[in-house]
Ligand binder design. Structure first.
Ligand code: PMV
Length: 326
């Protein structure tokens, strides 16, 4: 049971429909462009934080294992931010568990930093509005800002910390869009997204991608609000390919795709041409997120499962934002 100096929170990862890639300020993680995502049901991270004046140092456990090195340091720095805000001086015991199938290479930093932010703020006695929790989560991981609000979410960019927070565009119940995640690899990614964001500026294509981002953002927002699946498909795929073009042309280049990734892109386009409304998007890894409406779910999953290189298909519906667990 949570009491006094302890609290538990739960958060989902999110899939970006309009991608965030590159920061205007790396230290503050101020995104180069605004992004849109939805939270993913069925995948979640639960984190407990207990501040304890008797602890000599923060003790951090992730999925049952004591965290060390850069992963532990990143959590410690996040706790320091919350200690500075709240005046809570004690060290903390943190236990975090994600229920994603092991080794799927799915980004867990969004749900991890969203759950950590909500739990640590509550445990330190801070009662903050959603907007502020989102800003704090962003400092841990940019996409974590989007796991704070409910459902379909936009992360604004801004020249200052106070301007860059996520807010809900529509609740998770607005539209039953489904993310069918085709897993083609279980390898951890070779270059993480923090390093990737730093490389974005080395691609000559990044300025063009960023310049056109407000148009794509607006088109995606409209397609979500009007539940326009084909309009959404076009802008989501273009946005994903723009991000991967920047990745592939940065210095050094980042090539996250495997042959199976490209095979699925061709299949998805072929199925759409045949009349099945489905679209792809890909994060910083080789797995392909296939988006469709709930009515097409069975067809999309069975077609994906028939592709020999697809190891598993995960099905995620829009989910609520981060919450405290009683
Ligand atoms: O939050 P980060 O630093 O892991 O960056 C997320 C980057 C992408 O997943 C590739 C795109 C996005 O907008 O989620």
């Amino acid at each position: 049971m949570d009491s006094g100096l302890s609290a538990t929170a739960r958060a989902h990862p999110n899939i970006a429909l309009i991608k965030y890639w590159g920061n205007r300020d790396d230290a503050l993680r101020l995104p180069a462009n605004a992004s849109i995502a939805f939270n993913l049901s069925g995948l979640e991270t639960t984190t407990s934080v207990a501040f304890d004046p008797r602890l000599p140092a923060d003790s951090i456990e992730i999925d049952g294992v004591a965290a060390q090195g850069p992963a532990a340091e990143r959590v410690r720095r996040h706790l320091d931010r919350i200690r500075a805000l709240s005046g809570q001086g004690a060290r903390a015991r943190v236990a975090s568990r994600s229920d994603f199938p092991a080794g799927t290479g799915l980004a867990s930093s969004a749900s991890a930093f969203a759950a950590l932010t909500v739990a640590a703020c509550a445990a330190s006695g801070l009662s903050l509005p959603e907007e502020h929790l989102s800003r704090i989560a962003r400092l841990g991981s940019g996409s974590a800002a989007r796991s704070i609000p409910d459902g379909y979410v936009a992360l604004e960019t801004g020249a200052r910390d106070e301007q860059a927070f996520a807010h809900s565009l529509a609740p998770s119940t607005h539209w039953d869009l489904v993310d069918c995640i085709a897993l083609v690899s279980r390898e951890p990614k070779s270059v993480g997204s923090s390093e990737g964001h730093r490389l974005a500026a080395t691609s000559p294509l990044q300025p063009a991608r960023v310049k056109d981002a407000p148009r794509r953002f607006e088109e995606c927002r409209r397609a979500i609000l009007e539940k326009d699946m084909l309009g959404l498909a076009e802008v989501v795929e273009q946005d994903c390919l723009l991000m991967h073009s920047v990745m592939m042309t940065s210095h050094p280049p980042l090539l996250y795709w495997l042959p199976a990734t490209l095979n699925i892109l061709h299949q998805v386009r072929h199925w759409r041409a045949q009349g099945l409304a489905v679209a792809f998007t890909i994060d910083a890894g080789p797995n392909v997120h296939c988006l469709c409406e709930a009515a097409s779910l069975e067809q999309v999953v069975s077609r994906l499962a028939d592709i020999p290189e697809v190891n598993q298909v995960l099905v995620c519906h829009p989910a609520p934002g981060a919450t405290r667990v009683p």
